[in-house]
Design a protein around this ligand. Structure first.
Ligand code: ADP
Ligand code: MP5
Length: 274
């Protein structure tokens, strides 16, 4: 059994963070372990409270898991502070793992999940050791310092982020103004790029989409898929999870992690290499 790890915040509402990651891992048949960076009191309406873990206890969790398991791939989500990021980067740079960074900054409800001072730590300590970075457009703007209003800006921002040493940047299109499609653009360190295109679902139930997508990439990498195959299959996983909502909660409801196993044969992501 392939072992993976998520380093993220816990979402009491079950739709994002550690909870979304573990549900994704389970559906994709990898064994999920966790390092919890913060507890959040959260539901589909928003984040009501944050209780961060001490950096020392983050290190203790990392040590417990790595001293016992052969972890093949790790993803990070909500990291909260520069101190927590530094502990994680110092620890992971000695390990031979594939590392997927979802640079979670702001929850869908607008609450901050990463302190402003922590962005430099993310860029300077985690990106140099990362395999994949999965920013949405607002996160890409903060990391690259480039305002993204068209595809040229997106390419420039991706190349700026690649310069920090990450091998691949996936610019997620959930927040773009496209009406009919949700396109994620993948930029690789060798200068090539491709787009993954799916139909845009008009729904408010998108809580935890980014967490689910990055957890799916992590699972497929651990199972031995190539970077490109892992990305395409993860896009399919998140598409089916959004397309088949569970309709629970009174706000931005969670996505449906069961849908991929039920319907994966019925949907193909369009890949554009041009
Ligand atoms: N309305 C939607 N319809 C289809 N796919 C979507 C939609 N919203 C987001 N996605 C997809 O979900 C994944 C997460 O994207 P996004 O929502 O931008 O991330 P985040 O949760 O970090 O804001 C991406 O693959 C994106 O294309
Ligand atoms: C603990 C935690 N991690 C990540 C997110 C981001 O998810 P979303 O962007 O869907 O609010 C969140 N709301 N809570």
């Amino acid at each position: 059994m392939d072992v993976v790890m998520t380093i993220a915040g816990a979402d009491s509402g079950g739709g994002a963070g550690i909870q979304a990651d573990l549900k994704t891992f389970q559906e994709l048949k990898v064994f999920g372990t966790t390092v919890i960076t913060a507890l959040t009191a959260q539901n589909t309406l928003g984040v009501q409270g944050i209780f961060p873990t001490s950096p020392d206890f983050v290190l203790q969790q990392l040590t417990s898991v790595f001293s016992d398991f052969h972890v093949k791939a790790v993803k990070t989500g909500m990291l909260f502070s520069a101190e927590i990021i530094e502990v994680i980067a110092n620890y992971l740079q000695q390990k031979d793992v594939q590392l997927v960074i979802d640079p979670v900054m702001i929850a869908k409800g607008g609450e901050s999940l990463l302190q402003k001072e922590a962005v430099d730590a993310l860029k300077n300590t985690l990106l140099p050791i990362a395999t994949v970075l999965t920013p949405n457009i607002p996160e890409a703007e903060v990391i690259s310092g480039i305002k993204i209003e068209n595809e040229d800006h997106m390419t420039k921002a991706a190349h700026t982020m690649l310069q920090y040493g990450v091998q691949c940047v996936v610019m997620k299109g959930g927040h773009s103004k496209e009406l009919n499609t949700a396109t994620d653009k993948v930029y690789l360190a060798d200068g090539t790029s491709f787009s993954m295109i799916s139909k845009r679902i008009h729904t408010k139930h998108t809580h935890g989409t980014g967490c689910t997508f990055s957890a799916a990439i992590t699972s497929f990498l651990a199972r031995g898929l190539s970077l490109k195959e892992a990305m395409i299959e993860a896009k399919k996983f998140v598409q089916l999870a959004i397309e088949n909502p569970l309709n629970i909660g009174h706000g931005h409801g969670p996505t449906n992690h069961f849908a991929y196993q039920q319907r994966k044969g019925q949907y193909e992501v369009i890949v554009d290499e041009s």
